[in-house]
Design a protein around this ligand. Structure first.
Ligand SMILES: [Zn+2]
Ligand SMILES: [Zn+2]
Length: 300
């Protein structure tokens, strides 16, 4: 239904001079990369920020420094001491290479509480091995003259999860859902229900994960993608791999057409020899809603 002109005129009179209220919830793209060592795209990590709280999904290379860059641009919820909670989609290295950074750097920067993690089986062992690997560093930092730290960083609260509601506080309900990511036994996407938005993050996934059931007109759908034009020039063995593990532009277009998000955000873009413009064109050939291709530190 079209809004009558008189309603628009009255609304403009009442609200026109004021800036739009900032949403309570924002999606901050800390890293939009892949295993490829693209210097412009750090490892995958997305922060859902609600008021002064932050919730990280994945912790790729550079996560703490990207969070510091977001803090510098005014998102204080991403200051290092606030990085207390993170959700892992799966244990592929590109999504987890920043775990030692996330355990140790905010601890040195006086994070008041231990890190709490949610994710698949194997996450506890990964955290334990990393802490063990830094045993000498931790011994020196704790007993070698640094001012006293507030807790023992060897304590990481790890929750190995199964699909369903995995976390709830006064700001968010976080639901993990299973996605099909090649040979991984466990890989998750996450849905965040906040006071003002529903945000769905795919993690790495093939095309048959029924993301549309999780989104259903959600406000923001952050989804991985690969370029069909770039894919067509990949060696056959890699093509076989990518098509099992990831989602093509046109496949994502039809997923989004069913999911109907307010905004579709592409991340973890595998573009190869193609371009970002072509990537967007391919998605739009199957989807006529709002879509953007994210870069590091974009905020939605
Ligand atoms: Zn990945
Ligand atoms: Zn992966």
């Amino acid at each position: 239904m079209r809004t009558p002109a008189i309603v628009v005129a009255v609304a403009l009179l009442i609200f026109g001079a004021r800036p739009l209220a900032q949403p309570r919830s924002r999606v901050v793209m800390l890293g939009t990369g892949t295993p490829n060592a693209d210097p412009d795209r750090y490892g995958p990590s997305v922060a859902v920020v609600v008021d002064e709280a932050s919730y990280l999904v994945d912790f790729g290379v550079g996560v703490v420094r990207r969070a510091a860059a977001a803090e510098r641009s005014g998102i204080t919820a991403l200051a290092a001491p606030h990085l207390t909670l993170a959700f892992a989609t799966h244990l592929h290295s590109d999504h987890t290479l920043g775990l030692a950074d996330l355990i140790l750097t905010p601890w040195i920067l006086e994070r008041p509480t231990p890190l709490t993690l949610y994710g698949p089986r194997g996450l506890r062992a990964m955290a334990t091995h990393l802490v063990d690997a830094y045993a000498d560093d931790l011994r020196i930092r704790m007993r070698g003259g640094e001012p006293t730290h507030q807790h023992d960083p060897r304590r990481v609260n790890v929750h190995e999860i199964t699909p369903g509601v995995v976390y709830r506080d006064e700001r968010v309900t976080v639901t993990a859902f299973a996605v099909k990511h090649g040979a991984w036994e466990q890989a998750f996407g996450y849905r965040f229900q906040t006071p003002d938005r529903t945000i769905v993050i795919s993690g790495d996934t093939g095309p048959d994960s029924h993301i549309e059931d999780q989104c259903q007109r959600c406000d923001v759908l952050v989804h991985e993608v690969y370029s069909e034009a770039g894919f067509s020039k990949r060696p056959p063995a890699w093509q076989a791999y990518h098509s099992r593990y990831h989602t093509s532009t046109r496949q994502l277009g039809s997923i989004a057409a069913r999911a109907k998000p307010g905004l579709l955000v592409l991340y973890h873009q595998l573009i190869w020899s193609s371009t970002e413009d072509e990537l967007l064109k391919e998605v739009r050939s199957a989807y006529d809603g709002q879509v953007v291709s994210a870069h590091d530190l974009d905020v939605y």
